[in-house]
Design a protein around this ligand. Structure first.
Ligand code: 5AD
Ligand code: FES
Length: 358
């Protein structure tokens, strides 16, 4: 799909024509990854962060956050819960927390791998190549690192670097690929200053990077962040400013499915936050094929406030699991079994089998 076509879809307002986009995305999803929805259990194991991302509630400068880091045993407890609920994957997510050392996290990964057959996905920010390599050796399968926006000026504005360190997430994504990880990235939709052209470029980057997983969610202003205060103050929005809306997020999910047909695409928690009644289901009907139920112990959940009004803060993993199963049934989708590797990744890992099979 060329940029002009992408831009036309991003600007489309006619509901009948958009129906065509939803149907194309849904048909592509069904043909490429099937009807089964994979469940990835999310463990938000630490909200400690050294970064100052201006959009994120967990930024180091936000003094209002009660900081926590779960113990290895607590994380292991979540992994057991994932097995009990029939999930194929745990996603270990945290702020950029240097006190979670490479050796410590490698130990956690090894324990999970020794005791379960879960796939382990990491989402722990920008880390050194040596650390990424150590975790891969310990058995980590996948890594999520959103590039947030492909517009470098906008990225620099919302994502201050660490002293003396240039933040180059595209370079890290390439390292992850070299190390043999299944690689995920993604963006936020509707950042102040983000244009239609920026979103079209984001989608082209998804294609160029050949991503295995793509997470897309609306930007939700957090009142205790610099960017959130700017947005709440009503920053003058130009005609090219994309709205941080549910509709724009669906368009991005649908177009991401068409750009990367075989990728795993979650219907994100941020999307569910904008439409609690049916955001998840609509995401799954417009290109997405993954849900990420929260496995974080309930006592820590409220403290992992990346953005406000996040759904599923008080529910236990068991309740969320039941709720998600009902939601899947309501849209006639089944639950995936097994690890749910991305087909594109599988082809890269087994090129010979692929050739003999065809
Ligand atoms: N609104 C929406 N999404 C956010 N994220 C961080 N802050 C916000 C916010 N205010 C997303 C980023 C990050 C992911 C873990 O959460 O894309 O990569
Ligand atoms: Fe958590 Fe519905 S998914 S309550």
């Amino acid at each position: 799909m060329d940029k002009a076509t992408i831009l036309r879809w991003l600007r489309e307002t006619d509901a009948a024509r958009l129906e065509e986009l939803w149907q194309r995305a849904d048909a592509t999803r069904r043909a490429e990854v099937g009807d089964a929805v994979q469940l990835r259990g999310l463990v938000e194991f630490s909200n400690v962060c050294v970064r100052q991302c201006t959009y994120c509630g967990l930024r180091a400068g936000n003094r209002g956050v009660t900081r926590y880091t779960m113990t290895a045993d607590e994380i292991m407890g979540c992994a057991r819960e994932a097995v009990r609920l029939g999930f194929g994957t745990v996603v270990l997510q945290s702020g950029e927390n240097p006190s979670c050392t490479a050796a410590w996290l490698a130990g956690v990964i090894r324990s999970i791998k020794a005791e379960t057959s879960l796939a382990v996905t990491l989402s722990v920010g920008e880390r050194d190549r040596a650390e990424l390599a150590a975790w891969r050796t310990a058995g980590a399968d996948r890594y999520l690192l959103r590039f947030e926006t492909s517009n470098r000026q906008l990225y620099d504005r919302i994502h201050p670097g660490l002293p003396g360190q240039f933040s180059d997430r595209l370079a890290i994504l390439r390292q992850l690929r070299d190390l043999g990880y299944e690689v995920g990235s993604g963006v936020m939709v509707g950042l102040p200053g983000q244009t239609y052209d920026d979103l079209a470029e984001d989608l082209l980057w998804f294609g160029r990077l050949g991503l295995d997983m793509i997470g897309i969610g609306p930007y939700i202003p957090h009142p205790d962040t610099p960017l959130g205060q700017e947005a709440l103050g009503g920053a003058a929005a130009g005609a090219e400013q994309v709205p941080a809306s549910e509709l724009m997020t669906y368009k991005m999910v649908a177009l991401a499915r068409l750009m990367c047909p075989g990728a795993n695409l979650p219907s994100t928690t941020a999307l569910a936050t904008l439409n609690k009644a049916s955001g998840r289901e609509l995401g799954l009907s417009r290109g997405a094929n993954i849900l990420m139920p929260n496995l974080t112990p309930t006592r820590y959940r409220a403290a992992y406030e990346i953005y406000p009004s996040k759904v599923c803060i008080t529910e236990t993993a068991e309740i969320c699991h039941g709720c998600m199963m009902r939601r899947l049934q309501s849209i006639h989708r089944s639950v995936g079994t097994g690890r749910g590797d991305a087909p594109a990744y599988h082809r890269r890992q087994h090129p010979v089998n692929e050739r003999t099979a065809s």
